[in-house]
Design a protein around this ligand. Sequence first.
Ligand SMILES: [Zn+2]
Length: 87
Amino acid sequence: MSNTMSNQCQYIGANGFSMTCNKPAVPGKSYCEDHVHIVYQKGSANRKRHKDIAQAEKVRLVESLMNEAIAQLEEEGFDCYSREVEL
Ligand SMILES: [Zn+2]
C-alpha cells in the first residue's frame, strides 16, 4: 500500500483525519514541500517533550529514593513522616 504512494505526500490531517495531501513529494522525503516543514517541526517538538518526560522520571526516581530513606529512618525510630504531612 505505501509503496504505490511513496511519490506522493503522506501528510494526513490537513483537510480532515482520513485525507492525505497527495501532492508530489520532495525527492527522498515522504512529504511535499509544504508539509515537510510541518512534519519536521512536529518531530523537534516531540523530541523536546521526550526530554521533559525523561526529567519527570528522574524526579520520580529521586522521590522514591527519598521515600525509601524515610521508611528506613522510621524503622529506626525517627518520626519524620508525620512532620512531612503537616506541611
Ligand atoms: Zn503535502
